[in-house]
Structures are given as C-alpha cells and as structure tokens.
Design a binder for this molecule. Structure first.
Ligand code: CTP
Ligand code: MG
Length: 247
C-alpha cells in the first residue's frame, strides 16, 4: 500500500478535520464574463452552494476558502459564509495545486497540525451533499493514507487522434477522480512540495510519493462544472432539489 509509513506523534490528540476549497480560478472554459464560481445557479452563486453544504458537515472544524489575491467579489457572492467555522484567505496561486499548497500553509498558520485531516474540495463541484462528505470521512479516517471520492468509469474508453478513435482502451480498474480528497495535512504538504504545481488533484501528488489513496465511491451528481452545458445541468438538478427543500 504505502512506500513510507506515516509517522504520527504517539501523544497526538485526536486529529481534526478541515475543508479547503480552492476558489481562485478564472473559469476560462466556462466562457462567462466572471469567474465561474460566482455564476448564479438557482438562488445562490456556485460557490455559495458548495460552502453551504460544507458548513452542514458538523465534523469539519472549519472550512477555508482560498481566493485569488485581490478578489473583492466573494463576500457579495457568498453572504451566508460567516462564523467561527468559515475561514477565507486571498492566497490563491497560478494553478489549482498552488492554491491548495498555499491554503495548506494558511491552515497551518491557523493552528492545524500535520496529522489533522484536510478535505480538499473544488468550489466548482457545487452539487455536493453532506452525506457524501460523511461517507468519505467514515471510509478514510481509519486509513493510513487517506482517499477520495471517485466513480468507476462506465463508458467505453477511446484513444483518439485528430478527432478519430484509434483504439479502445481497457476500462476495467479505471476510476474518474472527484473531490473531496482527504489526506493528512503533513502528507499533502510534502507531496505537493515534491511534485510541483502541475498536478490536477491531490491524490496524484500522494501517489507520486508511492502511496495508494483509497477510492471511495462518489456520485454522478458530484460533477465539476467546467463547460457552459454543465452550468445548465446543475441548474436543472438544483431545481429538483428545491422541491426536496435541500437548497
Ligand atoms: N482553482 C484555484 N486556483 C487556480 C485554478 C483553479 O483555486 N489557479 C480552483 C477553481 O476555482 C475550481 C477548482 O480549482 O474551484 C477546479 O479547477 P477548474 O475547474 O479547472 O477551474 P478553473 O481553473 O477556474 O477553470 P478553467 O480551467 O476552465 O480556467
Ligand atoms: Mg483549471
């Protein structure tokens, strides 16, 4: 499973759980005239939906949102995000991984310890439900490495070149990674420091250290809003949640 055993101080008090939400991207592929996390979906902005769910997860000590330096729009777009468990830092970097690394340093500065768990969750996965976060915590809190929500790939996979299928790939044992991704703060810091800023998720950095993160079954609805069509789909899904009075 892991190349290096994780060192925990024997006198460590019970680890705490923190959420870290990278929210410093520009949303280029969404093609809006503002960062996509501030797009309105139903009654709230995208990031406001995400944060409302994380605040419902009572095991989370605090949720830190990482904004781009100079971001002045956040409080207007997420007015419900306040209180002792709602932390904000304008320390985002040029890539998602850089934003996460800077957020980890901020958590440490605010008292998080190396053995505490950090759940990194994309602001752009705004259909998250508290029960899915609890599922991840339940599955990973006893694990030596940590893990992530992910889905086994169901579609047949094609290797393409110039828009034409060249061959069909074996899809067995292939999973699509989602977030949250949950690792100990210390492990995640060393992993990101070692692999650099180009990785697109935390698990790939942890894998590069020789560890094998646990894959915890996620949900189709926990997709990331990347393209305009997904914004429209999220809006439709949230409308049906309105009927369930969850939003
Ligand atoms: N993110 C971040 N800092 C960056 C880039 C991305 O905090 N420098 C965040 C985004 O705000 C988003 C999450 O990482 O919540 C996932 O990234 P992605 O979906 O790629 O968002 P963007 O980078 O904003 O979109 P695009 O790649 O289309 O520009
Ligand atoms: Mg991006």
């Amino acid at each position: 499973m892991s190349a290096t055993a994780l060192q925990l101080p024997s006198s460590a008090s019970a680890p705490r759980y923190f959420a870290l939400v990278p929210c410093a991207g520009v949303g280029e592929r969404a093609g809006l005239d503002m960062p996509k996390q501030y797009a309105r979906i139903g009654r709230r902005s995208m990031v406001a939906h995400t944060l409302a769910t994380l605040l419902q997860v009572t095991r989370l000590q605090a949720t830190l949102v990482v904004l781009a330096p100079g971001d002045t729009g956040f409080s207007a777009h997420a007015p419900g995000f306040h209180g002792e468990r709602a932390w904000v830092a304008c320390c985002g970097g040029a890539t998602r991984a850089a934003s996460v690394a800077r957020g980890l340093a901020e958590l440490e500065a605010r008292g998080a310890q190396a053995y505490d768990w950090v759940l990194v969750h994309d602001a752009a996965r705004c259909l998250l439900r508290a029960a899915w976060v609890d599922r991840l915590i339940d599955a990973c809190s006893g694990d030596a490495v940590g893990g992530l929500l992910a889905l086994p790939v169901a579609d047949t996979l094609k290797q393409a070149s110039a828009g034409r299928a060249q061959q069909t790939l074996d899809r067995s044992e292939k999973w699509a990674a989602q977030t949250p991704q949950m690792f100990r703060l210390g492990l995640l810091q060393s992993a990101l420091a070692q692999v650099g800023d180009s990785v697109t998720d935390e698990a790939s950095a942890v894998e590069a250290l020789g560890h094998a993160p646990l894959l915890v079954r996620g949900e189709l609805e926990n997709f990331k809003i990347t393209w305009p069509q997904e914004l429209a789909l999220a809006e439709r899904l949230l409308r049906t949640r309105d009927a369930e009075t969850i939003v």
